[in-house]
Every structure is written in C-alpha cells, then in structure tokens.
Design a binder for this molecule. Structure first.
Ligand SMILES: CCCCCCCC/C=C\CCCCC/C=C/C(=O)SCCNC(=O)CCNC(=O)[C@H](O)C(C)(C)COP(=O)(O)OP(=O)(O)OC[C@H]1O[C@@H](n2cnc3c(N)ncnc32)[C@H](O)[C@@H]1OP(=O)(O)O
Ligand SMILES: Cc1cc2nc3c(=O)[nH]c(=O)nc-3n(C[C@H](O)[C@H](O)[C@H](O)COP(=O)(O)OP(=O)(O)OC[C@H]3O[C@@H](n4cnc5c(N)ncnc54)[C@H](O)[C@@H]3O)c2cc1C
Length: 652
C-alpha cells in the first residue's frame, strides 16, 4: 500500500484547476514559485527534520532550534537568498526561534523609529546578524497597559523587570527596550531604546543586567523552542543616541524635542506585527484544515453499504464543522492580503506627513488580529476533534500546532483589549456623524446610517442568500445597529469612561460584528476582481457564501435582536448553507491541496498527501522510545511487587 494515493479518487472528482487555485492562494505566480521552492528545499534537507521534537527535553529542544537557525542562516548566505526567499525558508522550517523576533520585530522597529544616522549604524549589523535583537516591552506587572510601563530612562534610573520577550532569555545581544523617558524632571511617556545586553565577545550578560529564561510554557515542545526571557536592569547607562530619535529627540543639553507627528507612532511595530499575524492566521488554520479534510476523506465509520463504511467527511455534521473552517482559511487569506495593502498605504502616507488613516490602520490591525487568531485557535482545536482519537496523538500534528498557535490570542495585544480599541474607534465614528464628519475606509458604511437603520432584508428564498449585495447589507445593518445601540447607551452615562467600562461586553460584540463585516466585504471585493483559472472563481464564491452564512448562523442572536433579518430568513440561510456544503464536498480535498503544503511542513500522519494513514500510524507507534523494550523500565521496582502482592492477597 505504501506510495498509493488513497485520495486519488477525491482529487479526480474536483471541479476546478487546483494549480490555478494555488496561485490565488499564494497571492501571485511569483509568490507561489518562491514558496514552492523554499518549502521543498526545507522538506528535502534532513537537517530540518522535525518529527523527533516531542521526544526532546527542553534543553535539547532549544539547542536543536539554535542548530537549525544557524544552519538556515548558512543556507541563506550560501544560496544568496533574497529577503523574501529567506523569510519563506524560515517559515517552512516551522520552529519558533529568536530569529522571528530579530527579523520580525527588532529590524522593523529600527527601520520605523531610527534616524538616518541610527539606521546606518545599526541596520548593517542587524542584517548581517552581527548583533541579534529582541523586543523588550512587556514587564512583569504591565503588558497591555503600555502607557503605564514602569521602566524609566532618566539620568537617575531605578530598577525594573521585563518579562516575556522572545529571544531574550539566552540568545539576543541587543534589545529594543521600552521605557518612559524622563528628562529635566519631566515624564515624556514611553519611548524605544536600543540596549546592548550581552557581550559580543563571549556572550556573557553585561554588568548591571540579569537575564534568564522564564520557564516552560504550554504544550510539549511547541513554543518551548523559544527563549522567552526575564531581564532585570540595575542602574544601566546607555548613550543618549540609543534613544530611537526619528520622531522625538533629546538634545545634548537634555531638552526634549517632539516632531510634529502623533505620539502613537512609537507603537508602529505593533501595527506591523499585528498585520503579519492576520496573514499567519490563514497559514495556521489552513494547515489544520488540510489535515482534518484529508483524514476525514480517508476515515470511514458506520453506514456500511456494499461492505464499505461511510467516509466521515460525508456526514453532514462533519461538513458543518469542517467546511466553515475551510472557508475561514480562505477568508483570512484575502483579508490578510488587503491588510497588507492598507499597511503599505498608511506607511506611504506617513512618509508624506499624512496621518489621517492611522486610526483606521490601528483599528483594522487590532480588530482583525483579534478575531482571526481567536477563530484560528478554536478552529485548530475543532480540527483535532474532527480527527477523533487519532487527532490527540502528537503524530497528527494538531496538538503541537494548537500549543504553538494559541498564544497568538495574547501576544501582540490581548484579543479583548484590542477589540476594546476597535469599539472606541466605532463609538467615536458614530458620535462624529452628528457633527457631519463623513466616515471613510472600513467605516464608510456608517455614512448611510439612516438607510441602514431603516432597511429590511430582501431575502425571500434560500438562493437570495447567494446575492453578495444582500449579504453585505445584512452585515452592515447588524454592525451599524449594534454600534449605534452602544453609542446610545453610552450617552446615558455622565462619566463616559465609567459607561465604557460598564458596557464593555456589548462594545466588544459590536467590535466583532464590525470586523466580521470587514472580512465578508473584502472576500466579496476579491471576487469582484479578475480571478483566472478553470472553476476557481466558482469555488471561491461558494466559500465566500459559506463564510458569511456560517458567521450569520453563529451570531444569529445579533442578527435577530437587531431585527436585521427575520427567523424565517435565518432558516433560509441555513437551507442555503446546507446546499453549499454539498456543493463543496467533491472539491474539499482539492481545495486543501491548493495550499501546496509539503508533508514535512504539515508534520502530520493524518494529513499525508497520499492518505496512507494507517500503516504509517502503526509504524510511528513502534518508533516511540516507550517501545524500545517490551518490559518497561520500572517493572522490577513498581509493577512486579504490586502483582506479587495481589497474588498473595488472592491466595489468603
Ligand atoms: C515577531 C513576529 C514576526 C512575524 C509574525 C509572523 C507570524 C507570527 C508567528 C510567530 C511570531 C510570534 C511573535 C510573538 C512576539 C510577541 C511580541 C509581543 O507581544 S510584543 C508586546 C506587545 N504588546 C502589546 O501589544 C500591548 C498591547 N497594548 C497596546 O497596544 C496599547 O497600549 C493599547 C491597549 C492599544 C493602548 O491603550 P490605551 O487606551 O492606553 O491607549 P493610549 O496609549 O492612551 O492611546 C490612545 C490613542 O492612541 C491610539 N492608539 C493606540 N495604539 C495605537 C497604535 N498602535 N497605532 C495608532 N494608534 C494607536 C488609540 O486608538 C487612542 O486613539 P484616540 O482614541 O485617542 O483617537
Ligand atoms: C508566547 C508569548 C510571547 C511573547 N513575546 C513577547 C515579546 O517578544 N516581547 C514582549 O514585550 N512581550 C511579549 N509577550 C507579552 C505579551 O505581549 C503580553 O502578554 C500581552 O500583551 C498581554 O499582556 P498581559 O500579559 O499584561 O495581559 P493582561 O493585560 O494582564 O491580561 C490579563 C486579562 O485581563 C484582561 N484585561 C486587561 N486589561 C483589560 C481592560 N482594559 N479591559 C478589559 N479586560 C482587560 C485581558 O483581556 C486578559 O483576560 C509575549 C507573550 C506570549 C504569551
């Protein structure tokens, strides 16, 4: 059976060109080619083997990660890989490492916040990895509340502890450190500084600084390849020019000079990373969905006809749990693409001193980071359950994926804290309508508020739910009405902050509704463009409808309580959803093949491309060190005496 394609039948019955879909998923032919090349390079190099991770101790695991990161860097240099290729190579190595923070936060922070002079000094060192940087913002006592960080940078500093920064514990030589800048006795708020923390000669920690790893984190292996660290400063002195001074400077005399820009630009790296995290959500979710879909097509239980049991993917309950996740993976891909555009646009505007879209960029990155990571973490766990008992085995790839992924709901901003930022933005938008300010961008729909407050849903039959303008309007109406309701209730409080606090659960729900509208709108927008490929657009239209109608089904309470739709229309949406699941069914395996994941990247016996699950599960079990001997270590001390005791007792 080895090598036989157990999923060939599934692939033959698909109704679209999977190679064309691969290009759509990757974003462009060029992006596909780079990804494809890098994923194969990693998969074919035994140095990047990862199937032994679960058997390593924390120290072995960490050292193995250091080895892989060094080897990956050697390859990047030897093969003269471009920045994009190097990024994809690191991605397919698929092991959280200090390099994520160096390339993902330290370098972007330098680029965003440094003056020309500072860039010339630090960037070449960072690019050649002659220094390794991390991002030290979170303290033991403060993570979400950045404004209240306790670390100070003054001529008379006191001591403080950082907690969590990745790459800090054992590897980084430098850190971007966030501290409140105090000069001439005045507190100017949080700023970023570059601080050298380890010697470049022998890697020892510099005097006055104490650093360690914060300890084992959730899950076996998983994010434990990363050295999240604790750091304690005791009267550390750094040169004045290690304050990143692009937006504000301290002169030689200690005078604070603020450029004419919003102070929130100091948070720019977080906006950048949140945007990246949205794209990454589609990677993680698609990976889990790929495993669960292939396995659901291989697995058979009950319903024997002609002696063959039913593939579990044919159960309607399995479809109703799996296909919305498949649709969400595509939806998050496209909203991630759009967010990348938004980010590039805001960056260009900032360079031209146009700060008008900064609040929109902050709200969109914060909100979409929040809802895509939450849905992805839940989705990975659902995929594990969709794989039954085998899903609980580490060799399914799902437990480790969940453990690695779930902190995305917390890092780069706790999801609830970020949704409250979106809620503030929405309430502000609604209150500004009164003064005649025209909403733009993703809140432009609020400009048609009167219509949205009065309109009624036009759905009369199930197929009407396939009409994008009807679907879009339903999401706009629900979101607008929820925001308006919150704003109204808020206006009844004399103290706005107290009102915001009291109503925060409803405000979070309004923020979720707004972000889901953005995802639906961007999926529909994507489909209005040119999408080449035989049958590709048709499949994407089905997935778009599934994403929208499943979201409607899941949040039916919102749609009914705001009178956006009637119970009858809700039931028609369910009818349409069932029909869409049936239409997607023959294409399911091909739709996950379009992610173009190698077996190495998937790291899952259940998700193997050839579907040859059982012999490989069986073989894998025998490789476990527990099976090195038939009689386990400990038999003589603990089992034998017990058995003898029982035997004696039974003879008495
Ligand atoms: C390294 C990753 C590389 C790539 C990723 C690949 C995929 C991922 C895979 C693995 C990588 C994992 C890496 C994980 C590494 C993790 C790192 C970290 O976690 S670093 C620490 C991150 N910390 C946070 O995110 C803290 C969260 N808190 C905040 O961001 C803020 O403090 C706040 C909660 C948003 C602010 O709250 P507050 O109410 O106090 O606001 P103010 O500060 O008073 O601001 C008021 C006004 O400013 C606006 N605002 C706030 N933030 C921003 C912003 N970023 N940009 C623009 N504007 C902002 C806010 O809206 C207010 O506006 P007004 O109402 O006054 O108009
Ligand atoms: C794996 C991992 C990697 C990390 N890497 C880094 C790194 O490299 N560098 C770095 O600086 N940091 C890093 N962090 C820290 C991370 O950024 C913080 O943990 C995160 O910002 C959340 O802050 P907190 O821990 O203070 O949570 P808290 O703010 O203490 O949250 C606890 C609870 O309180 C709630 N809460 C808090 N404030 C409010 C509010 N205003 N309204 C309603 N509810 C609220 C939250 O919703 C949450 O339920 C990392 C964290 C993890 C888990």
């Amino acid at each position: 059976m080895e090598g036989v394609d157990h999923l060939a039948h599934e692939r033959n019955r698909s109704q679209f060109d999977v190679n064309d879909m691969k290009i759509v998923w990757a974003g462009s032919r060029e992006a596909f080619e780079v990804s494809d090349r890098m994923s194969r390079l990693v998969a074919n190099d035994p140095a990047f083997r990862k199937d032994n991770r679960v058997h390593l101790t924390r120290k072995e695991l960490f050292k193995n990660t250091l080895r892989k990161a060094a080897y990956a860097w050697k390859k990047i240099i030897e093969l003269k890989l471009s920045e994009e290729e190097a990024g994809r190579l690191r991605f397919f190595v698929d092991e959280p490492a200090y390099t994520d923070l160096h390339w993902g936060m330290f370098v972007p922070f330098l680029k965003g916040q440094g003056t020309e002079e500072q860039l010339q000094k630090w960037l070449p060192l960072a690019y050649k990895m002659q220094i390794i940087g991390c991002y030290a913002q979170t303290e033991l006592g403060h993570g979400s509340n950045v404004q209240w960080l306790e670390t100070t940078a003054t001529f008379d500093p006191k001591t403080d502890e950082f907690w969590w920064p990745g790459g800090l514990g054992k590897v980084s030589t430098h850190a971007v450190v966030f501290a409140r800048l105090i000069t001439n006795g005045r507190d100017y708020g949080v700023h970023g500084f570059i601080v050298q923390i380890r010697s470049l000669d022998d890697h020892s920690v510099l005097p006055g600084i104490t650093i360690g790893d914060i300890g084992v984190k959730f899950g076996n292996g998983a994010y434990n390849t990363m050295d999240n660290g604790v750091m304690h400063f005791d009267h550390i002195r750094i040169p004045r020019n290690q304050l990143l001074m692009r937006f504000s400077q301290v002169t030689r005399e200690g005078k604070y000079v603020q450029s004419d820009v919003p102070r929130q630009l100091v948070y720019g790296t977080m906006v950048y990373v949140r945007k990246t995290i949205v794209i990454d959500a589609s990677n993680a979710l698609s990976r889990a969905v790929c495993i669960a879909t292939r396995y659901s097509a291989v697995r058979r239980q009950f319903g024997s006809q002609d002696g063959v049991e039913t593939q579990v993917i044919n159960y309607k309950t399995q479809q109703s749990r799996l296909f919305p996740l498949l649709a969400s993976a595509y939806a998050f891909r496209f909203v991630g693409e759009w967010l990348q555009w938004l980010y590039t646009d805001v960056t260009q505007r900032l360079a031209a001193n146009d700060f008008s879209t900064l609040p929109e960029a902050h709200a969109c990155t914060a909100g979409l980071k929040s809802i895509t990571t939450a849905a992805t973490a839940d989705g990975i766990e659902e995929c594990r359950k969709l794989c039954g008992g085998h899903g609980y085995l580490c060799s399914s790839g799902l437990p480790e994926l969940f453990a690695v992924y779930v902190p995305a709901c917390t890092y780069e901003g706790d999801n609830v804290v970020l949704l409250l930022q979106v809620a503030r933005f929405l309430v502000k938008t609604v209150s500004q309508l009164v003064s005649g300010k025209k909403p733009v961008g993703t809140t432009a729909y609020m400009g048609r508020l009167q219509h949205l407050m009065e309109s009624t849903c036009k759905v009369q039959k199930a197929e009407d739910w396939l009409n994008p303008s009807i679907v879009l309007e339903a999401f706009e109406v629900r979101s607008a009405r929820m925001s308006v309701e919150c704003a109204k209730r808020l206006s009844q409080f004399t103290n706005q902050e107290e009102g915001f606090h009291e109503l925060s659960p409803s405000l979070v729900e309004a923020a979720v509704a707004h972000c889901q509208l953005i995802i639906v709108a961007k999926f529909i927008e994507k489909l209005q463009g040119d999408i080449p490929g035989n049958g590709v657009k048709d499949q994407l239209q089905k997935l778009c409808s599934i994403y929208a109608l499943f979201t409607l089904h899941k949040h039916l309470g919102d749609f009914l309580s705001t009178s956006t739709i009637t119970p009858k229309q809700a039931s028609l949406a369910d009818d349409q959803l069932r029909s869409l699941y049936a239409q997607v069914r023959p294409n399911a395996v091909a739709l996950v093949d379009a992610f173009n994941y190698t077996d190495h990247y998937l790291g899952s016996i259940l998700g193997r491309y050839d579907g040859n699950v059982y012999p490989n599960l069986y073989d894998e079990a025998w490789k476990d060190p527990m099976n090195d001997t038939a009689v386990p270590d400990g038999y003589h001390e603990y089992i034998k005496p017990l058995l003898k005791q029982q035997l004696r007792n039974s003879r008495l």
